[in-house]
Write a protein that binds this ligand. Sequence first.
Ligand code: 5GP
Length: 194
Amino acid sequence: MQRLKQKIENEGVVVSESVLKVDGFLNHQIDPIMMQEIGEEFTSRFANEGVTKIVTLESSGIAPAVMAGLSLGVPVVFARKSKSLTLTDHLYSADVYSFTKQESNQISVSTDYLSKDDIVLLIDDFLANGQAVLGMVSMLEQAGSALAGIGIVIEKGFQDGGAILRSRGIQVESLAIVDSLANGEVTFRDEKAS
Ligand code: 5GP
């Protein structure tokens, strides 16, 4: 997605060889116009999958997920990050190791909002080693929901999450794939024009 790549080039900050900061439009301040375009792009890529619900992870997945939900016309559920070991009734949950925070979080979704009748599009802001998405996939399995596919705003192609998910036959659509952050520069993977 060309406009997203330009935005990353103009506003992204390369923090290290493995971390990209995009606080100016996605992770702290949010650019609603960019988010709307992202939502529409996800919609065009998953329009024929019969999606009934979008699931994301708080907090940075919510903005792109809501915009996709708006254009697909389906509800959006965000998994909560909580450390509670007790309140596990009526919850689907999974342990997720956070790449950026370097700690484990339990993520959960109420059993009220996911069921075996749902066909779910998972959306997240970044894909690195795949832990966040795999945690969400595990909750879908607990609920018996079907997985339509995964929509990612920025995939870091030099980490192995994308390969793990695609090797499982899952449709992963990343709107920008970063192949390298070496020397303080963002290098994108060549993709089909979008
Ligand atoms: P994974 O679970 O795939 O290893 O990492 C994905 C999660 O970690 C995303 O939900 C995102 O919040 C965070 N993350 C991973 N890499 C980056 C990065 O380079 N920049 C930012 N801002 N977040 C990242």
